[in-house]
Design a protein. Structure first.
Length: 171
C-alpha cells in the first residue's frame, strides 16, 4: 500500500477479510470503505477516527456490538429511507431487496442501488440485504468470486445469519 493510498484515510482497521478505511471530516465520520488485504492498519489521526476505529474493532470481535458514531449526513432522501429500513434489520437476519422495497413502497432494483451507495457499511448493515434467490450483489458488485462478496459472506457468517452456512455462502 502506498502512502498516497493510505493518506486518504483518517484510520485503517485490520479485519479478517482485509481492512476497513475510515474517513472523517469536521468531527464526523464521512465514509467507511472495505479495503483488500494489501492495506495495513493505520493509527487514527483524530478523536473521531479513533472512536470509529475502536467501534469497528469491537464489532469485528462481537457481532452484537452497537455503533454510536457521529455520521455526516449523506445520500438522497430515498437512500436515507432505504438505509433506515436496513438499519432496522436485526443481527442474524436478512431481508431481500424485494422485502425492503415492499416495506418502503419502491422497487427492488432501486433498493439495490441505494444499498450500493451506502457510505457507512457496518453501521448501516447493507450486507443483511440479499437477493430472493441467493446472496445478491454487494457494494455495486455482483462478481461471485470478488472481494466485496467475500466481505459480505464473512459478515453474514460472523453474524450467524440463520440459514447461511459457510458452504452455502460460497456457492
Amino acid at each position: 500500500m502506498s502512502d498516497k493510498e493510505s493518506g486518504i484515510f483518517s484510520a485503517i482497521v485490520e479485519a479478517p477479510f482485509g481492512a476497513v478505511g475510515i474517513r472523517c471530516e469536521n468531527q464526523q465520520v464521512s465514509e467507511l470503505v472495505y479495503l483488500p488485504p494489501r492495506f495495513q492498519e493505520k493509527a487514527a489521526v483524530d478523536k473521531v477516527a479513533e472512536q470509529a476505529a475502536k467501534q469497528i474493532a469491537a464489532y469485528l470481535h462481537d457481532p452484537d456490538y452497537r455503533f454510536d458514531l457521529p455520521l455526516r449526513q449523506a445520500g438522497t432522501a430515498f437512500q436515507g429511507k432505504v438505509w433506515q429500513a436496513i438499519a432496522s434489520i436485526p443481527r442474524g437476519q436478512v431481508l431481500t431487496y424485494g422485502q425492503i422495497a415492499k416495506h418502503i413502497r419502491s422497487a427492488p432494483r432501486a433498493v439495490g442501488q441505494a444499498c450500493g451507495a451506502n457510505w457507512y457499511p457496518l453501521v448501516v448493515p447493507c450486507h443483511r440485504v440479499t437477493a430472493a434467490g441467493g446472496l445478491g450483489g454487494f457494494a455495486h458488485t455482483d462478481d461471485e468470486t470478488g472481494f466485496h462478496l467475500g466481505v459480505k459472506r464473512w459478515l453474514l457468517t460472523h453474524e450467524g445469519v440463520a440459514g447461511y452456512t459457510q458452504e452455502a455462502l460460497w456457492k
